[in-house]
Design a protein around this ligand. Structure first.
Ligand SMILES: Nc1nc2c(ncn2[C@@H]2O[C@H](COP(=O)(O)OP(=O)(O)OP(=O)(O)O)[C@@H](O)[C@H]2O)c(=O)[nH]1
Length: 427
């Protein structure tokens, strides 16, 4: 019998340790805990260890000086396998550091060696309701500054906060005591938009019945990977244009491709008449789809002067001068990360293009530009997304610019696979 695992994620201070301590104190199950923190002193582990060793004797293992989602991937597998060999317990909880992406951690338990003795049951993300409201849901005020980056030094923290929300099975909206009724509803409505699949529970001081958290079989890697609200928005738009449902395969080489393409018979512009869920609390959702590249300088100027009310924008974009690179644009907080996540198929040799396209007969293809395009999901509150799309249109190359020498443009967009650049918006 494999041991069920729960991955606990959430930003620093959201209440993960509080929740975990409550869980351990309940003493209902023998729970092993693996804590990962970035930094030499592992405060959380000390805290949990102090409580557990004395009271219930559960095992706590701490991984330090790194982040399990990247450098410590191997170490994570080794640590949990060793834990499993040496101790008996009913359940493993992995508390991810506040700067970890949950997806690579989850993958360790599905595809990695830890998938043998363990069975990933759920990914749980704890959200600080107060901070989430101030940062993302407050229509009037600017949210508190979110500074910092993860240990790669490039990833905006707000992007990670939303990614943790977007990749999970259960959202624990904690610190509910710090938001009023109206704020509560707005936080929940926005979370439902950003993550339509996860169950949402609300708590104060992480007070949850162990059964609400553990013992619920929710995790499915494929579903979790597709569950983000922004991906659903893009999928829905593709299917509307398509008229039928089908599964697109990955079609960018080397990508973790979330990005599926589809036909748009109007080559440059996409006129949509989507049916979106009724707008609640001013939350608006739309897609932006164009088959013409952005001018890198105008795009950067736009990204450094974004309107209030944009909560999330994410998807693939085509930037003039980067004809090989399929670049993922990811906006959250006040920052937009541009990251090379693959290559346009049209940038490969004829033979390889043929090969890829045979594998994906549905892939829309422009005679001149192949699969290059921009397809973004836009999620905002109290915002005119059509006006935003019009501003994005102004960043596209004009007809005259289509004939210019694109590599001559000033261009901060990254070039190498996995490289990224961040543009901050001054608001
Ligand atoms: N008002 C209020 N405070 C809370 C609540 N839950 C946790 N806190 C407090 O918030 C602070 C952070 O909680 P932790 O449990 O340490 O948060 P964490 O997510 O483990 O933080 P890191 O370990 O830094 O990632 C502590 O001072 C808690 O007492 C809550 O529901 N309401």
């Amino acid at each position: 019998m494999s041991v069920p695992v729960t991955v606990l994620s959430g930003e620093l201070g959201a209440g993960k340790t509080t929740l975990l301590s409550g869980l351990l104190e309940s003493g209902e199950r023998d729970i092993a805990v693996l804590v990962n923190d970035v930094g030499a002193v592992n405060v959380d582990a000390d805290l949990v260890e102090a409580r557990t060793d004395l009271e219930t004797g559960e095992e706590v293992v701490a991984l330090e000086n790194g982040c399990i989602c990247c450098s410590l991937g191997n170490e994570l597998s080794q640590a949990v396998i060793q834990l499993w060999k040496e101790h008996e317990f009913d359940h493993l909880v992995v508390e991810a550091s506040g700067v970890s992406e949950p997806e690579p951690i989850a993958r360790q338990f599905v595809r990695g060696p830890a998938g043998g003795p363990y069975d990933l049951e759920a990914v749980v993300t704890v959200v600080d309701a107060r901070r989430f409201y101030d940062r993302f849901a407050d229509a009037d005020a600017d949210g508190p500054e979110i500074q910092g980056a993860d240990d790669s030094g490039t990833r905006p923290l707000a992007d990670l906060v939303l990614e943790q929300v977007e990749f999970c099975d259960l959202l624990v909206v904690n610190k509910y005591d710090l938001v009023d009724d109206d704020e509560r509803e707005r936080v929940v409505a926005l979370l439902e938009t950003l993550q339509p699949r996860a169950e949402i529970v609300t708590t104060e001081y992480g007070a949850l019945e162990p059964d609400e958290l553990l013992g619920v079989e929710r995790f499915d890697l494929e579903e979790a990977a597709e569950s983000a609200g922004w991906k659903q928005v893009i999928e829905a738009e593709e299917h509307e244009h398509d008229g039928h449902d089908h599964d697109h395969g990955d079609h960018h080489d080397h990508t973790d491709s979330d990005h599926d393409h589809d036909h748009d018979h109007d080559h440059d512009h996409d006129h949509h008449d989507h049916v979106h869920p009724p707008e609640r609390y001013g939350i608006a959702v739309d897609t932006y789809h164009r088959r013409r590249p952005f001018h890198p300088e105008r795009l950067e100027a736009f990204l450094s002067d974004l309107p209030d009310g944009l909560v999330r924008a994410k998807g693939l974009c085509w930037i003039a001068g980067r004809e090989k690179q399929a670049i993922t644009m990811s906006y959250a907080g006040d920052e937009t990360a541009l990251e090379v996540t693959g290559r346009w198929i049209a940038s490969f040799s004829e033979e390889r293009q043929e090969l890829y396209r045979q594998g994906q007969p549905d892939l829309p293809w422009d005679d001149e530009w192949g699969d290059r395009e921009t397809r973004l999901a836009l999620i905002g509150r109290n915002i005119d997304l059509e006006a935003l799309a019009a501003r994005l249109d102004e960043c596209l190359l004009t007809d005259a610019e289509m004939d210019e020498d694109w590599p001559a443009y000033e261009n901060r967009a990254p070039t190498g696979m996995g490289e990224s650049a961040v543009v901050s918006s001054e608001r």
